[in-house]
Design a protein around this ligand. Structure first.
Ligand code: GLC
Length: 564
């Protein structure tokens, strides 16, 4: 370990301004050539990650899974999917990442297990009234023979939230609750064994050197399934409830769980960190980020904001104030495995269907619902804005979360045939929503070769097909190429490392309403022109720019610069 790496390893505050790179393991790098990315693949790319200049990786689930929901249906929380690797390979990966000074965050999925988890199999086999069923949320159905679900609540992926099981004697039986796919039965967080088992899992990975956890659906877990809630339009709109009264989401006692987890995190030196995925009312997010709880929570506000100076300023100011109030640091994110890549969102045109109501391209959902037609995307504009937004984000105090492939400028893949799709959101909502596969297509590493270097030449086809145009986004093609998105990310991350200081920001008076400018301690400034027309370039030395500068003293539209 270098001195620098040793210092980082022992710093309890390493996460506060970290650049965290999300790896979706099955689509990152396929070392054994079976078409599915693996842990050895991750290890083989440690030099690439080090060169990129990130501080940590967050790995989406790599646990044994039937992949009913891309691995968020976990069969065993304390093992590695054999298609992806082994526990020994996990240890080797952690060692290699740590050796390069990169921290490791893993995804924990506490709201639900998979229906292949040993507990769930036991629950079905043991029958009604058994202690095994108590670990999940089983209820009798309504109707003369229990043939109707206990209520009409829907699941996030479409269809009802209840699934009926066949009892051990072969008769149709009870129903179990699932917020997501039916292969993801919700755990009963009133049960002490559920609590104990997750503490064991947190220790299991912490003991193996994991530095932190990303907590999936952190605002689920606690539920009152017997409460009345007849309004199906708000059944998954936790963000509309500011008082903890929703029966399914963001209930006050969920924080008892995280207080318990915090005690485990603090058993370690440095303490393990956590970040909550909690889509809740803005006033309640801070609870998840409290130092007695998970410590940090994602804010998806920038991701959902339109590309304009006022929206960005409002979101940033609000979140910095919120973080300051709890002692957390803020988080920023534009892309992840659940949303349309930001290079595409920012290029959506009026014709895309994304315009109605939401700002064009704000979250891309409308475009997905309309079928995700690539015809409706202005790729060049999208990438230009995405790079400007990213450079602004990297100048903000707090942690920046990046999603694999965004450093290549990858757009969303719109053209996936129905037969190749995997996302349960597509299957449960047939013809309505195309789902999230378009941001999960395996990465292009080389411009040539079967699977563009994702797997070895001649290996199995990647589990999601890559379009021919992936060649131009290959990491190899962008390496060393002046102006490439990869070299831009590298330069920006390197500078961020050098420049980041105290977690404060001062807004600067802007020359134009389309411009957003702020200064950070140490005398550097970030200036973004959100408009279409050029504005005067701010004075000082330009450290990095998100796009080409014409050299005539102007800052073009959709461009960010850092100056000193
Ligand atoms: C989270 C994950 C998403 C998954 C869901 C259910 O939102 O990010 O990918 O489908 O939880 O686990």
């Amino acid at each position: 370990m270098t001195n620098d790496a040793e210092h980082v390893a022992s710093d309890p505050n390493w996460w506060r301004q970290a650049a965290v790179y999300q790896i979706y393991p099955r689509s990152f790098a396929d070392a054994d050539g079976n078409g599915i990315g693996d842990l050895v693949g991750v290890t083989s790319r440690v030099p690439y990650l080090a060169e990129l200049g990130i501080d940590a990786v967050w790995l989406s689930p790599f646990y044994p899974s039937a992949l009913a929901d891309g691995g968020y249906d976990v069969d065993d929380y304390r093992d590695v999917d054999p298609k992806i690797g082994t526990l020994d390979e996990f240890d080797e990966m952690v060692e290699a990442l740590h050796g390069a000074g990169i921290k490791v965050i893993v995804d924990i999925v506490p709201n639900h297990s998979s229906d292949r988890h040993e507990w769930f199999r036991a629950a079905v086999a043991a029958g009604k009234g058994s202690p095994e069923r108590e670990r999940y949320l089983f209820r009798d159905g309504r109707g003369a023979n229990g043939e109707l679900p206990p209520n009409d609540w829907t699941s996030i992926f479409g269809g009802g939230a209840w699934e009926r099981v066949t009892e051990p004697d072969g008769t149709p039986g009870q129903w179990y609750f699932h917020l997501f796919a039916k292969e993801q039965p919700d755990l009963n967080w009133e049960h002490p064994e559920v609590h104990a088992d997750f503490l064991r899992t947190l220790r299991f990975w912490s003991d193996r050197g994991v530095d932190g956890f990303r907590v999936d659906v952190a605002h689920g877990l606690k539920k009152d399934l017997d409460a009345a809630h007849d309004d199906l339009t708000t059944i998954h709109r936790a963000e509309l409830f500011s008082d903890g009264s929703h029966p399914l989401w963001d209930r006050d006692d969920v924080h008892d769980v995280y207080a318990e987890w915090r005690r485990v995190f603090d058993e370690y030196d440095p303490p393990r960190t956590a970040v909550a995925e909690a889509w809740v009312h803005a006033d309640r997010r801070a609870r998840y980020a409290s130092p007695e709880g998970l410590g940090q929570a994602f804010n998806f506000d920038l991701l959902q904001a339109g590309f304009d100076a006022d929206s960005f300023r409002e979101v940033i100011a609000k979140n910095l104030a919120e973080a300051a109030a709890t002692g957390a640091s803020s988080t920023w994110v534009f892309s992840n495995h659940d949303v349309v890549r930001h290079a595409t969102r920012y290029g959506l045109t009026e014709e895309s269907g994304a315009a109605g109501g939401t700002p064009v391209g704000a979250d891309g959902k409308a475009w997905l619902l309309a079928g995700g037609d690539p015809e409706y995307v202005d790729d060049a504009l999208g990438l230009r804005r995405a790079r400007a937004a990213t450079l602004l984000m990297l100048a903000l105090p707090g942690s920046a979360y990046l999603y694999q492939g965004e450093e290549l400028g990858l757009p969303e893949v719109g053209e996936i045939a129905d037969r190749d799709r995997q996302d349960p959101a597509f299957f449960r909502n047939t013809g309505v929503e195309i789902g999230r596969d378009g941001c999960r297509v395996p990465l292009p590493w080389t411009a040539a070769g079967t699977s563009f270097g994702f797997g070895p030449d001649g290996g199995a086809a990647p589990h999601l097909p890559q379009p021919a145009w992936f060649a131009e986004y290959a990491a190899e093609a962008e390496t060393g190429a002046p102006g490439s998105t990869l070299e831009f990310y590298r330069a920006a991350l390197r500078l961020r490392h050098e420049l980041q200081d105290a977690e404060t920001l001062d807004w600067l008076e802007a020359s134009d309403p389309a411009v957003l400018a702020f200064a950070r301690p140490g005398g550097w400034r970030s200036v973004t022109n959100f408009g279409d027309d050029a504005v005067p370039l701010p004075g000082g030395e330009v450290l990095v720019a998100s796009g080409p500068l014409p050299g005539d003293g102007t800052l073009p539209g959709a461009t960010t610069v850092w100056v000193r």
